[in-house]
Write a protein that binds this ligand. Structure first.
Ligand SMILES: NC(=O)c1ccc[n+]([C@@H]2O[C@H](COP(=O)([O-])OP(=O)(O)OC[C@H]3O[C@@H](n4cnc5c(N)ncnc54)[C@H](OP(=O)(O)O)[C@@H]3O)[C@@H](O)[C@H]2O)c1
Length: 279
């Protein structure tokens, strides 16, 4: 299903998408390409980005720049700005993210620093780097991918949830400051989504208590609702669940959220052990 008729006029001609090599970011890229918007695709895996870019160029006759970049690196924003020099960027999708599940005391300090850099420092600097140009144009958008875990603390996913709370505060604050500037700022908060993120953090999508949404439907919601900021939760079931959690006394909602994650983690661990034993 296509986006609004004036989408390209409002958010084109160029869009930056971080985390475009898989999952929700790849789907953002595909949907934007279908609107005829030129793309700057950012992630670490160059070959994956290159093959996505080639397909999009051929299918939609658009221009696509590929930038293999570690968003956790000190000077990533300078490299990205160099790539974007001379390109009229109307939309920035700050979507790349990493997760970590498990007990906080088992996590390595280096892993925590990486989470902070990719999930918090990178969107903070992306916003600072691109919003002056966007506000000068007077039209455009800045979408930042948060999470249901951004709304409250989650035991067994403490650093990820904390970084997403940062993302929500950053995005919602920007929405407030920029709401009369012509720039649409949106925090998109997905629930469990069928991407590489869950398996990378040891979770099996089959063990998610509320099921998973497809990456395409999550990305579609984000682009359709760019003007519905400050925050949009993807999917009615996620909205219902989050509404219920937030209506509970804080102690209960934190414990309920943590229990959901711990149960899913244990199920996934048992499933992996069983599958290993069956081989
Ligand atoms: N899947 C879910 O259940 C879920 C739920 C709520 C929110 N989210 C959020 O949705 C966003 C997209 O995640 P996803 O679910 O689509 O996961 P994904 O398939 O794992 O995609 C993550 C993307 O981020 C990129 N990335 C990771 N580390 C990077 C780094 N250091 N530098 C540059 N790029 C990096 C990855 O590319 P490379 O590996 O090639 O670098 C990949 O393109 C994230 O912000 C995530 O927190 C996901």
């Amino acid at each position: 299903m296509g986006l609004a008729k004036d989408f390209k006029q409002r958010y084109g001609p160029w869009a930056v998408v971080t985390g475009a090599s898989s999952g929700i970011g790849e789907q953002f890229a595909r949907l934007l390409a279908a609107e005829g918007i030129h793309l700057i695709l950012v992630a670490r895996r160059a070959s994956v980005l290159e093959s996505l870019a080639e397909g999009l160029r051929q299918q939609h006759s658009i221009q696509v720049e590929v930038l293999s970049l570690d968003l956790g690196s000190a000077d990533f924003v300078d490299t990205l700005l160099e790539t974007c020099a001379g390109l009229d960027v109307g939309l920035v999708v700050s979507n790349a993210g990493v997760a970590a599940k498990g007990e906080y005391l088992d996590m390595e300090p280096g892993e925590l620093t990486h989470l902070l850099n990719v999930n918090c420092r990178a969107p903070m600097l992306l916003a600072r780097a691109f919003l002056p140009g966007l506000t000068e144009r007077g039209v455009g958008g800045f979408l930042i991918t948060g999470s249901l875990e951004g709304f409250q603390a989650y035991p067994y996913s403490i650093p990820y949830a904390a970084t997403k709370a940062f993302v929500h505060s950053l995005g919602e604050g920007l929405w407030g400051e920029l709401k009369d500037s012509g720039i649409d700022v949106l925090v998109l908060a997905p629930g469990a989504t069928d991407t590489e993120l869950l398996p990378l953090s040891g979770m099996d999508v089959r063990d998610m208590p509320m099921g998973v949404m497809s990456a395409e439907s999550v990305a579609q919601i984000g682009l359709e609702r760019l003007q519905a900021g400050p925050t949009v939760i993807a999917g009615w079931l996620n909205r219902l669940m989050m509404g219920m959690l937030l209506a509970m006394p804080r102690r209960w909602s934190i414990l309920a959220g943590g229990k959901g994650i711990k149960d899913a983690m244990e199920k996934s661990r048992a499933r992996q052990q069983q599958e290993k034993a069956d081989r």
